[in-house]
Design a protein around this ligand. Structure first.
Ligand code: COA
Length: 215
């Protein structure tokens, strides 16, 4: 997953950030937050091409904790649990492999996260969106709240946008691609929920806390 995140940031953010901003962010703010995996709130999308082993093509999650963004190496973490009655669930760490971008996978993962957070009682969602991510989140109904300058280890900063959306009523704004890829629930061999698109192309599943994050 680490390789996927590096490829995703380096290629897909190239229009929004400089190479040095991206490299420095990959050392600190971008990456896997294993707390999400431990909480069972991180998802991956897999492609299972006929006759080949499955390959992870995207990842993304949500959080019931205060931290707005950041990997395990990010120092500004706040693991305090949120109160779903008052606080917004955090949408976290979305990365799609560049070879699979603009195929509706980010949207599919986002819908999955929103459904799960809504089921946990949250009334609102928010995130610290990269300028690249904001293009997806705007289309999915998120409004910008404030710009944030995330300090980077190389002394520069990364402009991101805090964005938010009400959880109710569910405002599913499917693109043509995701309309064709409605989600069906399946029992997973590990007992965790698994979602599979109707076209059988992508399988989404909740990462088990036992699975190594860098596999
Ligand atoms: C942001 C990201 C997750 C989007 O994933 P994706 O799977 O490509 O998104 P989707 O295919 O679901 O896009 C749905 C819609 O969002 C909008 N959108 C998504 N990416 C866009 C882009 N780069 N430029 C313009 N619009 C975009 C489009 O309207 C798109 O529909 P369309 O392709 O039919 O025009 C992906 O670009 C990514 O991983 N970026 C690098 C990492 C990153 O910055 N993550 C965000 C962290 S907050």
């Amino acid at each position: 997953m680490r390789d996927l995140i590096h490829a995703s940031a380096r290629e897909l953010q190239a229009h929004d950030y400089t190479p040095s901003q991206i490299e420095s962010a990959l050392e600190s703010v971008f990456g896997v937050d294993t707390q999400l995996i431990a909480d069972g709130t991180y998802f991956v999308a897999e492609s299972t091409p006929a006759g080949s082993p499955p390959v992870i093509v995207g990842c993304g999650g949500w959080s019931k904790r205060k931290t707005l963004y950041g990997s395990d190496r990010w120092t500004g973490r706040e693991d305090t649990l949120l109160d779903p009655r008052h606080d917004a669930a955090k949408i976290r760490a979305f990365f799609i492999h560049p070879a699979w971008a603009r195929r509706g996978i980010g949207s599919l993962l986002l819908d999955t996260c929103e459904d799960a957070a809504r089921s946990a009682g949250f009334q609102r969602f928010e995130m610290g969106a990269t300028l690249t991510g904001a293009k997806l989140f705007r289309v999915k109904g998120y409004a910008p709240l404030e710009p944030i300058d995330v300090p980077l280890p190389n002394g520069s900063s990364l402009p991101v946008l805090r964005m938010s959306k009400q959880a109710w009523p569910p405002r599913l704004i499917p693109t043509e691609k995701t309309k064709r890829a409605a989600i069906v629930e399946h029992p997973n061999k590990k007992g965790a929920p698994i979602c599979q698109t109707t076209n059988q192309q992508f399988i989404k599943y909740r990462i088990s806390p036992q699975e190594p994050a860098n596999s």
